[in-house]
Design a protein around this ligand. Structure first.
Ligand code: SAH
Ligand code: SF4
Length: 349
């Protein structure tokens, strides 16, 4: 992509203080998560000289502008973050069923996968986000929730369901998760990475000792190969078989206890939402094991798919449930501020 690799916050700090002892370095990492601290000048446990040097040389956060939107219902917030290179990304805060907050983060500017129903896909891939840029979306909402004008309660969950394909930015996503686990009280089972199904990366993470065992959700969207290929151009011959083999290995290695696997299934009117499609999905899921299905109502985009009526979603769910499959239905929120899944799209300013 011919882009300059950006230095991470940590690299900038190491360059600035080549002799920095480890405990001091750790203090700088902790400082950016400290509630209420807004700049390096606030970091009272560092010597004044170091604070001044940091304030002059190292950005406290990776975004330079933040444009906050609130849904009428007050259960969803969306912020467009401006990055120094002029790119913009979106991050969302949603009230969840426990009355706490879920942060939805972007992992790339745009996305190369071009799924037919997704607004982000129409942008193409502009670039990967750095781990700091991912982490700083979480920091943005941690600050917001804790601020006097914030909505109260706490952030309990993080989902990688914003702009981009997280596994196409594997190393930075991994690093960002490791940082969040280290610096916040958000635990492994409260973080979900959603992927369009990048099998080389899914296979790699099974062998990767450093990969944090967060929850995984695979955007299946159809267990019928032909239908899937129509709506997801990243699909290819043999995909479903390979996904199944991977899923069996995944569950054997990580399954049990609170671990399961989720298949996401968007409901596109008369495309993948018939009882026959549900039966095929049920068979596929049952051939694997402890797989759950998350049905996602289609949020309107320029692609112009039809929204599946409620009764038809119900019927689809019934087929799955009769086959003993745990199925959840995502509630759509924030569509008045275009903050719903698949509606995230911003052009360069
Ligand atoms: N790229 C990853 C994660 C980001 S998309 C992935 O595709 O899984 C997060 C979820 O939103 C995916 O399940 C995706 O299929 C879904 N989505 C995309 N466009 C949508 C739309 N218009 N309406 C509802 N869900 C959509
Ligand atoms: Fe990319 Fe996910 Fe959108 Fe597909 S649904 S284009 S993988 S962000």
């Amino acid at each position: 992509m011919g882009m300059v690799t950006q230095k991470t916050r940590g690299e900038l700090i190491r360059n600035l203080f080549p002799e920095l002892p480890d405990y001091r370095f750790r203090q700088t990492e902790e400082a950016v998560f400290h509630a209420g601290w807004k700049s390096w000048n606030d970091v009272s446990n560092l010597p004044g000289e170091a604070r001044a040097k940091l304030a002059a040389e190292v950005p406290w956060t990776s975004w330079t502008a933040a444009d906050l939107h609130r849904s009428a219902a007050g259960d969803t917030f969306k912020t467009i973050l401006g990055l120094p290179d002029g790119n913009r990304i979106e991050t969302v805060l949603m009230k969840n069923s426990r009355g706490q907050w879920t942060v939805c983060v972007s992992s790339q500017v745009g996305c190369a996968m071009k799924c037919a129903f997704c607004a982000t896909g129409t942008m193409g891939l502009l670039r990967n986000l750095t781990s700091d840029e991912i982490v700083d979306q979480v920091r943005y909402w941690l600050d917001f929730v804790a601020s006097p004008e914030g909505p109260g309660s706490r952030i309990s969950n993080i989902v990688f369901m914003g702009m981009g394909e997280p596994l196409a930015n594997y190393e930075n996503v991994k690093e960002s998760i490791r940082t969040v686990l280290k610096r916040t009280d958000i635990g492994l089972t409260r973080i979900t990475v959603s992927t369009s199904g990048m099998l080389p990366q899914l296979e790699a993470l099974l062998l990767d000792q450093d990969w944090p065992d967060v929850r995984l959700a695979v955007s299946l969207h159809s267990a019928d190969a032909k239908t899937r290929a129509q709506i997801m151009p990243s699909s290819y011959e043999g995909f479903l078989e390979r996904l199944k083999n991977w899923a069996l290995k995944y569950l054997a290695a990580k399954g049990g206890g609170r671990r399961h696997l989720t298949f996401e299934h968007i409901m596109l009117g008369n495309v993948n939402d018939s009882p026959e499609h549900a039966a095929k999905l049920a068979d596929f899921a049952k051939s694997i094991g402890d797989v759950r299905v998350n049905l996602i109502p289609y949020n309107r985009t320029d692609a112009g798919f039809a929204v599946t009526p409620d009764a038809r979603i119900r019927a689809f769910m019934d087929v799955l449930e009769r086959n003993g499959i745990t199925v959840t239905r995502r509630k759509s929120q924030g569509d008045d501020i275009a903050a719903a899944c698949g509606q995230l799209v911003v052009r360069k300013s």
